[in-house]
Design a protein around this ligand. Structure first.
Ligand SMILES: NC(=O)c1ccc[n+]([C@@H]2O[C@H](COP(=O)([O-])OP(=O)(O)OC[C@H]3O[C@@H](n4cnc5c(N)ncnc54)[C@H](OP(=O)(O)O)[C@@H]3O)[C@@H](O)[C@H]2O)c1
Length: 280
């Protein structure tokens, strides 16, 4: 297949552009400003491009920025998602649209969320991504929504790079134990998206590395892998910020697993990420 990737300069977009060719696909990396998903004209231009599949990895991902600019969040994460779905519907081609654990509130919750669990976003970002999911499925019921969480990828700026940077700058960290999720390596997600795209199954899928951790546990694992295991990490229960993240919101991969698509445990994926960094 020739897979057009929207948001191709993001950390997931770059992982898709590197990994999908390993499954025999050609890739068309599309990035803004030329390929702005919020622009309605993108529908016709994608149809003219005639890819044989689409992955939408474009999003306004600055979670706190979405609280300050809710209209922009809605244009990109809501309407933008619909534009891509309308193009896929017109072409009748596979579409994987990427979404997030922020569609859940993570409150009064003790087990990972299955794909059909009730949603209740607490933030503008989460609400805009849920709006995107609903618009995509309304415009194109054959679409695949891949919800994921806590992404880190080669060349990206993310929680992993931030922890290493803060450890070096400050010599100690204070990290919350009250936020729990699935750390997920972009390369593993990209591979899973490639596998999912080739299946005729539609609807919502949870694609995350297996297992879950608190931010504090994840930070400790990062520093251990980064050769900074001696840096103390204080557990705290609150970190002030504009957007409210879900508290306990790990995702359970049940639907993709039933198709044989599973991601390895998160500690193994984190080790693979650091090994790849060293090689690079
Ligand atoms: N990061 C996470 O922890 C996480 C967790 C769960 C789900 N997700 C979802 O995973 C997907 C990929 O995220 P990521 O981590 O790769 O984020 P990222 O590194 O921030 O990449 C997002 C990309 O989208 C592009 N973009 C923003 N607005 C756009 C627009 N109007 N039109 C076209 N492109 C636009 C950005 O362009 P510029 O490069 O020009 O800024 C950026 O390259 C998103 O759907 C996100 O919601 C992410």
């Amino acid at each position: 297949m020739t897979v057009a990737i929207l948001g191709a300069n993001g950390q997931l977009g770059r992982a898709l552009a590197r990994r999908l060719p390993l499954q025999g696909h050609a890739v068309l990396p599309l990035a803004r400003p030329e390929w702005d998903v919020a622009d309605t004209g993108i529908v016709g231009r994608l149809v003219e491009l005639r890819p044989s599949a689409l992955v939408n990895a474009a999003a306004m991902t600055n979670v706190d920025g979405c609280e300050r600019e809710p209209e922009r969040a809605s244009q990109v994460n809501g309407q933008g998602a619909e534009h891509v779905a309308r193009a896929a519907a017109e072409l009748g081609i596979p579409l994987v649209h990427v979404s997030t654990d922020y569609v859940f509130d993570g409150l009064n919750n003790e087990t990972p969320y299955a794909e059909d669990a009730p949603t209740n976003p607490l933030s503008v970002y989460g609400a805009s991504k849920l709006d995107g999911e609903q618009r995509v499925l309304a415009a194109y019921p054959q679409a695949q929504i891949a919800r994921t969480a806590w992404l880190y990828g080669l060349g990206g700026r993310n929680f992993v790079t931030r922890m290493v940077q803060l450890a070096d700058e400050r010599g100690s960290l204070s990290i919350v134990t009250t936020e729990v999720g699935n750390p997920t390596f972009c390369d593993d997600l990209a591979d899973a998206i490639g596998q999912l795209m080739a299946r005729p199954a539609a609807g919502i899928f949870h694609l995350v590395n297996e297992g879950y951790a608190s931010r504090w546990e994840f930070a400790r694992a990062i520093l251990a892998q980064a050769g900074r295991g001696h840096v103390p990490v204080q557990p705290i229960d609150h970190y002030p910020r504009p957007a409210r993240p879900p508290a306990f919101a790990p995702l359970a991969n049940t639907r993709a697993a039933a198709l044989g698509i599973r991601l390895r445990p998160w500690p193994d994926a984190l080790a693979a990420y650091f090994a790849a960094l060293t090689e690079a």
